[in-house]
Design a protein around this ligand. Structure first.
Ligand code: DGJ
Length: 685
């Protein structure tokens, strides 16, 4: 069956995925209208559906457009908002052409009068129900003919329409530093609800996605429409619900309210992707659909097992010395760690957060012979070597800032707000990204560095670019600059792996996952708190990308004491790492940790590459014949999900019918004591 088909008489397009259909139509006024998003339909069925013309009275209009614009009797939120040099606003579309190529559809539109072209892009893949949408704006004029720039006040990637139902519930995440991705489900108000980040990163406070259901879906049942933006800078997703029961619309893209920039004659602007997925079997199936999509179409190296990392940040803080790192590396190697990462504090005058950012050479007092000897020792212990960097930042107390004070974001007559004693380098400036690529390239080459943790520890403020005629572009171009350096670095060093980080999980999104291998999702490593953070992260992002460390007890952030085994079990639900001060772990603790690392290596293929099911105080992973269950909480029989046949418990040899595991549950036999937890491995007979 073709993935994209077209019915000429009704001008209807149908996109077909394995378990859903998406249909749109060129309306009588040439603007693209939404027809269907949900269960599979044939082209004939889609073509026979009516279109919302939007206008219900002389004061009201409802949604139903593929890309709402301003103009005519439209009163909702425009996805594309422009102002022309003569003061006119709005858009009147002429449909020019379309192109279908396999799973891709491009719909070319232009304004009836002004030199503005717009192509709506749609793409579907044979192995996913995700529909990718984005758009390209094209200024069709030229300077020679004296055409004026077009002011862009908002340019979303797409607007999605969800069929109206009796209830409309929104799922999304809220958060903060050290408490990211907390899942929230709330009835959508009959109003405009804006989810946004104005911080220049996708942010701790909300992650750029929403899911919509009729209030009746749960992990295993119900229709869910989810929309995820692939962007790592400021963003905005606006959901609109109309009490008259018109379609529920969700428009989203890069940028935030109040920003404007000018599209120059001849210029082309491409938005990031705002992808959507319809699922029939609840939030669990929606998440598994996103996990498969991220693995199949976002990550560069989805099939490569993520290594067991040791990171020294919580152990040493700023107190980084070759002796201290060496001692930690020896213990880490004995535990079975595969990659040793030196965090902040190895460079410039970086002995606290007050100085050194920007001076990317080993601290001469701490590393008088450079990093070479430590790298060699780590390699000699059989581990790979990684380093922390924060390329977008500088401390005012740094040689870089003294030399280039103009490289940071700033505005005339405004103070330069320091957060964590640092300022943001303007990555929209080519000379800044060139500088960053040059030192990163040299650093990675000099020591054949295997892994970088790319951090970003503050929001953008005074985001100005004095002297630039259109400075607000930097809100998008900074992010593009970061993408450019990451892409170039990966091309230059195919062996390099990268972890994305922004003060924990402040930049966890599909844009970063297209350029990094994993994400540090929170600075909070307390296992109790992590369970909720990991639950929220897993709504869209797969376990293999979720860096999770077992650290010390009491936890350095929360002072909460928890058993070692429980800390490991919770971290084993993603890409396991260790971040504790191993110099203080006792011999029995080290021995237990060694066993737990060995166990993780056994279950890693199932956890990292399997299908994930969120259960009650437990997570189940299934890959082929293998099942892994990580469970905590009270002792009970845990009902598992989506199994068939007969399973053998790899630990006890006990046999279980899938039918009883699904109905009566797996007896967990959790030990007594504080925070009992377990890992159960099953194999299908
Ligand atoms: C914030 C990160 O999330 C931490 O893991 C650590 O790398 C610090 N920055 C270092 O400054």
């Amino acid at each position: 069956m073709s993935q994209v088909s077209f019915d000429e008489p009704s001008r209807t397009f149908l996109l077909t995925t394995p378990a859903s259909s998406y249909a749109l139509r060129i309306g009588a006024d040439d603007s693209p209208r939404h027809v269907h998003w949900g269960a599979p339909l044939t082209l004939g069925q889609a073509a026979a559906l009516p279109t919302h013309d939007g206008v219900t009275s002389s004061f009201a209009s409802t949604g139903g457009e593929e890309l709402a614009v301003e103009g005519g009797a439209r009163f909702g939120v425009p996805s594309l908002l422009v102002r022309y040099a003569d003061g006119s606003r709005g858009i009147e579309w002429v449909h020019e052409a379309h192109e279908i190529d396999g799973g891709r559809l491009d719909l070319m539109l232009r304004d009836r009068h002004y030199p503005l072209g717009c192509t709506l892009h749609y793409a579907v893949h044979p192995d996913s129900d995700v529909v990718e949408r984005s758009l390209t704006l094209h200024h069709l004029g030229t300077d020679d003919e004296g055409d004026e720039p077009v002011e862009i006040l908002r340019c979303d990637a797409a607007s999605w329409s969800v069929p109206a139902a009796s209830g409309v519930r929104l799922s999304h995440t809220v958060g903060e530093w050290s408490g990211e991705t907390k899942l929230r489900r709330t009835e959508a108000p009959c109003a405009e609800t804006v989810f946004t980040s104005r911080r220049g990163v996708s942010g701790h406070f909300g992650n750029p996605w929403v899911m919509v259901d009729a209030g009746d879906a749960d992990e295993g049942h119900g229709e869910v429409w989810s929309m995820v933006l692939a962007w790592s800078g400021s963003w905005r997703i606006t959901a609109q619900r109309d009490h008259t029961g018109g379609p529920f619309t969700v428009t989203g893209g890069a940028g935030h309210d109040g920003l404007a920039w000018r599209l120059q004659p001849g210029e082309i602007h491409r938005t990031p992707v705002f992808a959507g997925q319809f699922s029939r079997d609840g939030f669990g199936a929606a998440s598994r659909g996103w996990h498969r999509y991220v693995a199949g179409h976002v990550l560069a190296l989805p099939d490569e097992p993520r290594p067991v990392v040791y990171n020294s940040w919580e152990a040493t803080g700023w107190d980084v010395t070759p002796q201290g790192q060496r001692a930690l590396a020896q213990r880490a190697a004995e535990l079975g760690v595969e990659l040793f990462v030196v965090d902040d504090g190895w460079f410039g005058q970086r002995t606290s957060d007050r100085a050194g950012l920007g001076d990317w050479h080993p601290n001469p007092e701490r590393f008088p012979h450079g990093l070479g000897p430590l790298v060699e020792e780590v390699r000699g212990l059989g581990m790979r070597f990684g380093l922390w960097v924060e390329p977008e930042m500088t401390n005012p107390d740094s040689d870089l800032y003294r030399e280039h004070p103009d490289w940071v974001l700033h505005m005339p007559h405004r103070r330069r707000t320091e957060l964590r004693n640092q300022l943001v380098l303007n990555f929209a400036r080519p000379e800044v990204t060139e500088w960053a690529f040059t030192w990163l390239d040299r650093l990675v080459s000099e020591h054949a560095i295997d892994f970088l943790k790319w951090d970003m520890n503050r929001a953008l403020t005074e985001a100005g670019w004095p002297g630039h005629p259109d400075g607000e572009r930097l809100w998008t171009d900074h992010t593009r600059g970061v993408y450019g350096v990451l892409d170039r670095l990966r091309r230059a060093h195919p062996g390099l792996r990268i972890e994305g980080c922004a003060g924990g999980g402040g930049r966890a999104d599909l844009g970063m996952l297209a350029r990094t291998d994993q994400i540090w999702i929170s600075d909070n490593t307390d296992a109790d708190d992590r369970i909720a953070i990991q639950h929220g992260y897993s709504q869209v992002y797969p376990a293999r990308t979720m860096s999770a460390w077992a650290t010390d007890s009491p936890n350095p952030h929360t002072r909460r004491s928890t058993p070692l085994r429980y800390r490991f079990h919770v971290a084993m639900a993603g890409a396991l790492g260790i971040g504790g001060d191993l110099s203080r772990w006792t011999a029995p603790e080290l021995a237990e940790a060694r066993e737990l690392v060995a166990l993780y290596k056994e279950i890693r293929p199932v956890v990292q590459f399997g299908e994930q099911y969120r259960l009650d105080d437990a997570v189940q992973y299934r890959a082929g014949e293998k099942v892994v269950v990580i469970a905590w909480g009270r002792d009970r029989a845990l009902r598992l999900a989506d199994l068939h046949g007969v399973y053998v418990d790899d630990g006890t040899g006990e046999e279980h019918y899938a039918a009883t595991l699904l109905t009566h549950g797996l007896p967990l036999r959790l030990p007594a004591g504080d925070r009992p937890s377990t890992v159960v491995r099953l194999t299908r007979r």
